[in-house]
Design a protein around this ligand. Structure first.
Ligand code: HEC
Length: 155
């Protein structure tokens, strides 16, 4: 009868257990990676849905479906016999900071009222007639911002 080599057996067992654990860890990390990515895609889709259809007028109507800006209105205004060509145009909002984003959208933040010089006839006319007030929750704001700033990555 062959003598059982306990030392060899223990060595083999340790190796097998090692393989087993590393396999579990590998699959575990793959799975975690997946759910991590998934939650970002969910937030992206949610933000996209809100951008197109918030409670109120759609953002894309004034900012364009690509959020890169568009001309909303242009008109001529005459003041003191002087002609002013006024254009209301939105800018690209896919690369703004979260602070700037919130300044325009967080209902809790009040925008400071600017003062206009005599030459800023158009700015004065257009001021206040631009962004509607939305009542978006912090979670909704975060998702819209995530969508806007990750558009190039996902689409
Ligand atoms: C009725 C038109 C209109 C709608 C609807 C609208 N916006 Fe705006 N928005 C403007 C105008 C006009 C400005 C000021 C011009 C600019 O800065 O681009 C502006 C400014 C902004 C800014 C600041 C840009 C900057 O550079 O400071 C952000 C961010 C923004 N809008 C996001 C949104 C989001 C998100 C929505 C939807 C929830 C939305 N807007 C809906 C017209 C609109």
């Amino acid at each position: 009868m062959r003598k059982l080599n306990i030392k060899k057996l223990i060595g083999k067992l340790t190796l097998m257990i090692g393989y087993f654990i590393s396999t579990i860890l590998l699959f575990g990390s793959l799975f975690a990676q997946n759910t991590f990515e998934d939650s970002f895609i969910t937030q992206y889709e949610y933000g996209k849905m809100l951008y197109q259809n918030p409670r109120g007028i759609s953002c894309s109507e004034c900012h364009g479906s690509d959020a890169k800006g568009k001309t909303i209105v242009s008109f001529t205004h005459i003041k003191n016999k002087k002609k002013f060509n006024c254009i209301l145009r939105t800018k690209d909002i896919t690369n703004i900071t979260y602070e700037k984003f919130l300044q325009n959208l967080d209902p809790k933040l009040e925008k400071p009222t600017p003062t206009f010089t005599k030459e800023q006839v158009c700015e004065k006319l257009l001021f206040g007639n631009t962004m509607p007030t939305y009542f978006l929750t912090p979670e909704e704001l975060k998702s819209i911002f995530f969508y806007l700033t990750n558009k190039d990555k996902y689409e």
